[in-house]
Design a protein around this ligand. Structure first.
Ligand SMILES: Cc1cc2nc3c(=O)[nH]c(=O)nc-3n(C[C@H](O)[C@H](O)[C@H](O)COP(=O)(O)OP(=O)(O)OC[C@H]3O[C@@H](n4cnc5c(N)ncnc54)[C@H](O)[C@@H]3O)c2cc1C
Length: 396
């Protein structure tokens, strides 16, 4: 008789985006037996679609007004740097960041100098002025405008996902397409079954992003509110140089936030979020592109878009709800019976969410147990998800 595929862990993490992966490493380092199951490719969903900016909080205090503050962000650039430099776990030394700073760009405009001064005062020295001669290519020749360097790094998301997969390959598995995880709460944990593998977990942690809604419904926890806030991002292919900048105006949000991602042929894809992507939600792709072209030319005079190709990408931000549609002020972790539910709120806050969940586990399960992960071998390993610009898009 073949041995049934059985797995026993302290924590089964459901969802392989940045939240689940950082948590897997944290729990493993703390001695807990943990494994992760995900649907689709590793990072599919918000993580691979994100711009990879490790915000230091700046984005939320610029311009003339204050948006709802996101707490805990100020420490995140240093926290991620420690991992990217190998000084702290998780070891992400294999994932070289794309940029070691974002720029805060106030394009030439009436009142621009005053705006820059007000913002820099609000930031209390967090912004370093960048002289015109030191500006990134494409902006060096613009007359006027104000530029500052911010303490915000930009990570290479696929490389970070690959670093986690390399460290924890034996503990990460994919749910075969069409397979659901069956879960039954018992007196001392949750009995789970997926594709013939039986997993007993003392705790099940949902870090499934948009998938948290359906998982909560399946285990009778639909009363926990979830929310989605949509974005319609712009992608520009064929750019000659990289740019990492929040383009700001008289609004509490950046008009356009631009990150750049190598295309493998010496050029860059520019990935554009910010107000353009929020306002773009109501627009069809062609309308959004028609609006983005003149807006970006206005914000970035002297940047040459003549060889560019344009596409758009829709994706929702998935968060804990209940705040009247506003973004939660930090990462959120909730505990209900043998289930723990987590939303990092920002990719940058994945370390904060992992700390919160570790704290809950330490209170609930002070003594970790030994893992039995052999049965996981019956399930496939996920591939790394493709970034939006490598997916099938309509370019024009
Ligand atoms: C366009 C965009 C840009 C962004 N840019 C930034 C940024 O620059 N900086 C920043 O800090 N934040 C950014 N964010 C926010 C950030 O991406 C998210 O906060 C973060 O990635 C959420 O990670 P997560 O692991 O919780 O969810 P996800 O990345 O969505 O991962 C959840 C995973 O769970 C899997 N899953 C779903 N259902 C199930 C199921 N039933 N069983 C098993 N697995 C399941 C999914 O396939 C997915 O892989 C951005 C978001 C968007 C949409």
């Amino acid at each position: 008789m073949p041995k049934p595929n059985r797995v026993q862990v302290d924590a089964l993490i459901v969802g392989g985006g940045v939240a689940g992966l950082w948590l897997l490493d944290t729990l493993h380092q703390a001695g807990y037996a943990a494994c992760l199951l995900t649907a689709g490719d590793l990072g599919a969903g918000q993580t691979i679609a994100s711009q990879g900016i490790i915000h230091g909080g700046t984005k939320y205090t610029l311009g003339l007004g204050l948006e709802s503050a996101v707490t805990d962000l100020a420490e995140m650039p240093a926290r991620w740097r420690a991992s990217l430099d190998g000084a702290e776990a998780p070891d992400l030394t294999a994932a070289r960041p794309l940029a070691d700073r974002m720029h805060f760009w106030v394009p030439p405009q009436r009142g621009g100098k005053l705006l820059a001064k007000a913002s820099s005062k609000l930031m209390r020295g967090e912004m370093r002025p960048v002289a015109a001669a030191e500006r990134p290519a494409g902006l060096a020749t613009v007359r006027g405008g104000e530029m500052f360097a911010l303490n915000e790094i930009v990570i290479d998301v696929p490389a970070v996902l690959a670093a986690f997969a390399a460290r924890h390959g034996d503990r990460i598995r994919q749910l075969p397409a069409g397979e659901q995880l069956a879960m039954q709460e018992t007196a001392d944990g949750v009995s789970c079954e997926a594709a013939g593998v039986q997993i007993f977990a003392r705790r099940v942690v949902f870090t499934a992003g948009a998938g948290n809604e359906a998982l909560l419904a399946r285990v009778g926890l639909s009363d926990i509110p979830c929310q989605r806030r949509p974005l319609h991002q712009v992608i520009i292919g064929g750019m000659a140089t990289a740019l990492f900048a929040h383009c700001v105006g008289k609004s509490s949000k950046p008009l356009a936030t631009i990150t750049s991602h190598p295309d493998g042929a010496g050029g860059q894809y520019w990935y554009v979020g910010g107000l353009l992507a929020e306002d773009g939600v109501a627009q069809q792709p062609a309308e959004l592109i028609a609006a983005a072209r003149p807006e970006l030319s206005r914000l970035l005079p002297s940047v040459d878009f003549s060889a560019a190709s344009w596409a758009t990408y829709r994706i929702d931000r998935s968060e804990h709800g209940g705040g009247g549609g506003l973004r939660p002020s930090s990462a959120v972790a909730l505990s209900r019976g043998a289930y723990i539910i987590g939303w990092p709120t920002k990719l940058a806050l994945a370390p904060r969410l992992a700390e919160q969940i570790l704290e809950l586990l330490r209170q609930q399960l002070p003594s970790p147990t030994a893992a039995d992960l052999d049965g996981l071998r019956a399930l496939p390993r996920p591939a790394i998800a493709q970034p939006p610009w490598q997916q099938a898009l309509a370019w024009n």
